[in-house]
Write a protein that binds this ligand. Structure first.
Ligand SMILES: Nc1ncnc2c1ncn2[C@@H]1O[C@H](COP(=O)(O)OP(=O)(O)OP(=O)(O)O)[C@@H](O)[C@H]1O
Ligand SMILES: [Mg+2]
Length: 357
């Protein structure tokens, strides 16, 4: 549980220290005051990324050199102070001790974000969909995150060699066993988790909308499930090597894969209405929520950015039932909430980069 959050020169916050009361924390304020920025700060401390941008520089308060974020985490067994400083480079600390590897820092809190922008995980680019899936799997499986980092490092090096005017065939080839080994782990884990998500999301849409609805989630890879082993991937890469040299990048591997969602057997990306995409993306997020809380209910938290207000009664019910499984929930709203779910919540008011209770 997050007991305290400290922000310094983060987005529109200059200096803010917030004490969170308990399980349900509600941030209320008008548009543009800093509600989502608080959720983003929590997410950044969990994952060292933003859920809104890939440009870390955007996170520092405009006109400043960098930002600081800190949080006190409480569990039954320990309490910890986690800190990130992001100036010219990033420095991480847990209980004042410097942490060198980001993989040793991330995952102390496991956040699932519910936001209007979730729809882009259906309608956006393959890269956006892959990134979302990778982030979710990394929350479930810490070694997946390092496998991915190692894979990307080897891929960058191989692509660099492929782009050189003078091709060094031996050097290009030398990265292939590493790529194939990590590639196998990544592809297998993606097949496994996509099928888990499909099963849950399908159950959830049936509960909310009725048995006549179905959701399917498919993972598309040039590496078929039955070929997802190091030797097969290595063979694929060797076959593709000459073409890779001509085009200047690696044309086989999980970095090119995609995931697609189907509502009643029809691709949502190609045919879905906005309303259909919204309900499907909510079901998918609720599926992620079920999986993560089944695995680790102690450290998983929900960050709900102004989404529950517009849900119909049945969907709202399913939503709050699932949200209740998290150890802690942070919700943002533009108006004060009066529903029974919020009776035991702690309320915070956000105005011009200041949060008060
Ligand atoms: N790097 C930055 N430096 C200073 N201000 C920033 C920075 N990034 C964003 N802001 C400002 O922070 C303000 C609050 O943003 P935030 O997204 O948290 O608003 P919000 O309260 O969630 O509003 P809404 O209800 O519209 O979603 C915005 O006015 C935005 O322009
Ligand atoms: Mg917002």
């Amino acid at each position: 549980m997050i007991e305290r959050l400290i922000l310094s020169n983060f987005r529109n916050y200059q200096s803010q220290d917030i004490k969170f009361g308990g399980k349900v924390n509600i941030l209320t304020g008008e548009n543009g005051q800093g509600k989502t920025n608080v959720l983003e700060a929590i997410y950044f401390l969990s994952f060292l990324r933003s859920f809104r941008t890939t440009c870390i520089d955007d996170l520092k308060k405009i006109g400043t050199a960098g930002f600081y974020l800190g949080a006190v985490l409480l569990s039954e067994k320990w309490n910890r102070l986690i800190e990130v400083e992001n100036f010219d480079k990033k420095s991480l600390r847990i209980d004042k001790l410097p942490i060198k590897k980001s993989s040793d820092f991330i995952g102390l809190i496991k956040p699932i974000v519910f936001s209007h922008e979730d729809i882009k995980f259906i309608t956006g680019t393959a890269k956006t969909r892959r990134r979302n899936l990778d982030i979710f799997i990394s929350l479930l499986n810490k070694s997946y995150f390092s496998d991915l980092q190692n894979y990307v490092a080897a891929l960058k090096s191989r692509n660099f060699m492929l782009r050189l005017a003078e091709k060094d065939l031996k050097a290009i080839e030398s990265y292939e066993p590493v790529l194939a080994s990590y590639g196998e782990k990544i592809v297998l884990e993606r097949y496994r988790v996509v099928s888990l998500l499909e099963e849950k999301a399908d159950k959830i849409i049936k509960e909310i909308k009725g048995n006549e609805f179905s959701l399917k989630k498919k993972y598309f890879s040039r590496i078929k499930f039955e070929d997802s082993n190091r030797d097969c991937i290595l063979r694929h890469m060797a076959q593709e090597r000459q073409r890779d040299i001509k085009r200047g990048y690696s044309g086989v591997g999980p970095h090119l894969d995609d995931v697609e969602l189907y509502l009643n057997n029809r691709s949502l990306k190609s045919f879905g209405s906005i309303g259909e995409c919204r309900i499907a993306s909510l079901c998918l997020k609720l599926a992620e929520a079920e999986i993560i809380t089944e695995k680790d209910s102690q450290t998983s938290i929900a960050l709900v950015d102004d989404v529950s207000g517009e849900l119909d009664a049945k969907t709202k019910d399913a939503f709050y039932k699932t949200i209740d499984r998290f150890s802690q929930v942070f919700l943002t709203f533009t108006k004060v909430q009066k529903e029974s779910y919020f009776e035991k919540s702690t309320n915070y008011f956000v105005k011009e980069g200041t949060v008060c209770c």
